[in-house]
Design a protein. Sequence first.
Length: 220
Amino acid sequence: MVLLFIYPVCCIAQTANTAGKDSISTAAKDFISRTDSVRIDSLATGKGQEKYKANSTRALLYSAIFPGLGQIYNKKYWKLPLVYGSFLGCIYAITWNGTQYNGYRKAYLDFIDDDPNTKSWEDYRYGSYKSIEPEDWTPDMNSKFSSALKSAKDYYRRYRDMSYIITIGVYAIWMIDAYIDAQLFDFDISPDLNVRIEPVLFDRTPYSDRSFGMQLSLVF
């Protein structure tokens, strides 16, 4: 009798324990399923992820501090070769024109100082001036050669100064580019851009009757 009484109790306890485990397991599976569903929905819709937004003032400031930083801030990395390529071109122009200007300037000053020990100008002789010894030059040749050195000096000085101005302009252009890129960072460009040509009826006006014509419309 005692054994028969204990056996149903054990069966009931085991059944309750199994039911409890099953319900915990079912609840855990349901929680995991709902968690995965939320995670998948978030990835699909983009919710829960902060969207990057460039600040135009900050982009302008970074570009002013150092060329290319504004483009890096805007994540326009493909523009970096253009930025640094343009500045390398400007640096080359400044260096070349500056070197030529300094050389012709020294040659011109050495030629007009009447000092026989200053002969840097001899490296700049050309044409008939190169084949004739300086002591055999006529006054007219001296005058023309002096003018040629002065003209070359002024020519390279002008282009050296222009190279500096162009470099400043290139600097400003890339600053403006970074600013505009940041301003248009969220600008949506529709892929359905097209041009439509269609007939149109123009209404009567005080100056013309009703008429037909063609209309060109840009759809975007």
